[in-house]
Design a protein around this ligand. Structure first.
Ligand code: CUA
Length: 123
């Protein structure tokens, strides 16, 4: 009986310790989400320069305001159609630092080819 009495508090102590370590680990592995609202119209994205930090989970919420456009971020294999008036979410993890160009991918008029911007992932 004596063994059981002393083992119980010790067991509880270890459980609390393990739970603490686990929750700390979970917090470290869930990346912070960086949500950025954007608009797309002839012939610009606003903002057209997006800066995030390496390791962040990026959530772009893009609304095409005047007609359909597209959002193509080649480096992340993203090519999303943007329907006029409907906020569209584009999500990805910013794993590597660098500058990555994006552009409109739906023919939207004479200025389509200059409708572009860049994503900067800072170290
Ligand atoms: Cu906007 Cu092409």
């Amino acid at each position: 009986m004596r063994l059981k009495e002393t083992a119980m508090p010790l067991f509880v102590f270890y459980v609390v310790l393990a739970a603490g370590a686990l929750s700390q680990e979970v917090r470290a592995t869930i990346p912070a989400t960086h949500e950025i609202p954007m608009t797309a119209k002839k012939y610009e994205f606003n903002p057209n320069l997006i800066t995030v930090r390496k390791g962040e989970h990026v959530k772009l919420v893009i609304t095409a305001t005047d007609r359909d456009h597209g959002f193509k971020l080649e480096a992340f294999k993203i090519n999303q159609h943007l329907k006029k008036g409907e906020p569209t979410t584009v999500e990805f993890d910013a794993k590597n630092a660098g500058e990555f160009p994006f552009q409109c991918s739906v023919i939207c008029g004479m200025g389509h080819h200059r409708m572009k911007g860049a994503l900067v992932v800072e170290e």
